[in-house]
Design a protein around this ligand. Structure first.
Ligand code: GDP
Ligand code: IMO
Ligand code: MG
Length: 464
């Protein structure tokens, strides 16, 4: 296997950061392709915690190249802060191991102001992260977004920003009555931020195209989860990007055939931050126990996560929506020792029993049907208990795909691989690490590789 997509199969925070970090060790390139700094991916190494919002979790491994694809909405100030945080943690980030698409959509101050104004004064409260994600994607779809490559010429940036502000100005002044920066101020702020980002700018489409041709091992790191997808999710209580599998193709810019496996990261129970339906939510002391034991607080906003039982009808839908080929079951340690264990195996809906939560269903009217499972008390040092094996089997049988990974703690070593991902494959000898157009330069502009020559190189590959 050469390419794998990691996708959250629930409402986010399933443990994608930890699994991405672990699998990055085995691959050459890690790509973020959607979302922005609404994501909070936690990685814990030897007790030290790092939360990444924008930079792919693969950055922790010196050999792997982190790529931010054009489907991401990119907040330049948040990026600067994160870059410093990563450097302070002793990670060396250079233009060789971090590449940002010149076409990422820039999140402006106007986007953040609009997000906050709608959440505080609007008629529908989504419970967003307040990072300006929705308004930035709106600008992109409306064809008035600022792209990263727009930050480097101040006069043109001003013209584009004026166009961008045109309609929002009316909202700021007359609907929400809030102050906002002038075009000149905002342009100068973005222009100055752009100077430090320019060296990382790259034609990531061509970079990934070459990487695929050269059989590089690539991991696509999803943010959020399938149930937050703009099309597949619990609309309108969703984020504004394509978090499901389709987002990989449009957001990273790769052909459909280039994702071989899709690993759905699945918490052993369910959590959700923000508003929206949640059929298996627990409102009792057990829900509170899971919330406290699981430290279920948002990694980006610090909000308490709502907690509930594992919801198999929703998971089955997620499997179908993203063609998941296996799942990683995380946070099993949190369920260990819990005196009662249930799993939702169907809904009662309009007098019928249904086992897949198709999107036509109004989840607020679905009554979960639970199967009581035997609680387990594993310490994960020994063989898994029969009770835990039965919990895993129940999930596998229901979903029809294997549980390939079991996680039982936040640390790297707290993991069991039941399936081999990125097994040692034949690798070509070509080096991609310095490839990519740096700002202002022409080095590496696509097409620059002789495909004939590449296939000859493939014929004489060596074991890595
Ligand atoms: P992500 O957004 O999907 O990357 O997940 P978050 O980082 O927002 O939240 C997952 C939280 O669970 C983080 O604090 C992780 O360190 C932690 N975590 C991940 N896997 C496990 C696990 O198997 N057990 C426990 N106890 N914590 C885990
Ligand atoms: P990771 O990648 C969990 C939720 C917000 C809100 C909704 C819309 O860490 O799993 P937005 O700011 O995106 O417009 O908010 O989506 N949300 C997340 N929930 N994990 C995330 O990311 C999330 N990113 C956004 O709480 O309900
Ligand atoms: Mg998170």
């Amino acid at each position: 296997m050469k390419t794998l997509a990691i996708i959250g199969s629930q409402w986010g925070d399933e443990g994608k950061g930890k699994i991405t970090d672990l699998l990055s060790e085995k691959c050459d390139i890690v790509v973020r392709y959607q979302g922005g700094n609404n994501a909070g991916h936690t990685i814990i190494v030897d007790g030290k915690k790092i939360v990444l919002h924008l930079i792919p979790s693969g950055i922790l491994h010196a050999h792997s190249v982190a790529v931010i694809g054009h489907g991401v909405v990119f907040e330049p100030e948040a990026f600067q802060v994160e870059l410093k945080k990563v450097a302070d943690a002793g990670i060396v980030v250079t233009t060789k191991n971090l590449k940002i698409s010149e076409n990422v959509t820039v999140i402006t101050s106007y986007n953040k102001l609009l997000d906050a104004a709608r959440e505080s004064q609007g008629s529908v409260k989504i419970g967003t992260t307040g990072k300006g994600i929705g308004p930035a994607y709106e600008d992109k779809i409306a064809r008035r977004a600022i792209k990263l490559k727009d930050l480097f010429d101040l006069p043109t940036l001003k013209i584009k920003l004026a166009r961008n502000l045109e309609e929002k100005e009316t909202l700021f002044k007359h609907r929400y009555d809030i102050a906002f920066p002038s075009v000149d101020e905002e342009a100068l702020r973005l222009f100055n931020l752009g100077k430090n980002i320019a060296p990382f700018m790259c034609d990531t489409f061509s970079y990934l195209d070459q990487a695929i041709i050269q059989n590089k091992k690539i991991l696509f790191e999803g943010a959020q989860g399938i149930l937050l997808d703009i099309d597949y999710g619990t609309y309108p209580y969703v984020t504004s990007s394509s978090t499901a599998l389709g987002g990989v193709y449009t957001g990273a810019g790769i052909p459909e055939s280039s994702v071989e496996e899709v690993l759905g990261i699945t918490k052993a129970y369910t959590t959700r931050v923000g508003e929206g339906p949640f059929p298996t939510e627990l409102f009792d002391s057990l829900g509170e126990e899971i919330q406290i034991k699981g430290h279920e607080f948002g990694a980006t906003t610090g909000r308490k996560r709502r907690c509930g039982w594992l919801d198999l009808p929703l998971l089955k839908y997620a499997v179908k929506a993203s063609n998941l080929t296996s799942i990683a079951l995380t946070k099993l340690d949190i369920l260990s020792g819990i005196k009662e264990l249930k799993v939702c195996v169907a809904y009662e809906y309009e007098g019928k029993r249904i086992e897949v939560a198709y999107p036509g269903i109004d989840l607020t009217k679905a009554t979960p049907i639970y199967k009581s499972m035997k609680p387990f008390t594993d310490n994960f040092a020994d063989k898994l208990s029969i009770e835990l094996e039965m919990y895993i089997k129940e999930i596998e049988n229901f979903l029809g795909i294997p549980v390939g990974i079991i996680a039982f703690g936040p640390e790297r070593k707290e993991i069991i691989f039941r399936k081999d991902y990125f097994e040692d494959d034949i690798q070509p000898e070509l080096d991609l690490s310095s490839w990519g157009r740096q700002a202002g330069g022409l080095e590496g502009i696509y097409p620059q590789v002789d495909l004939e020559k590449l296939s000859r190189n493939n014929a004489t590959t060596t074991k890595k």
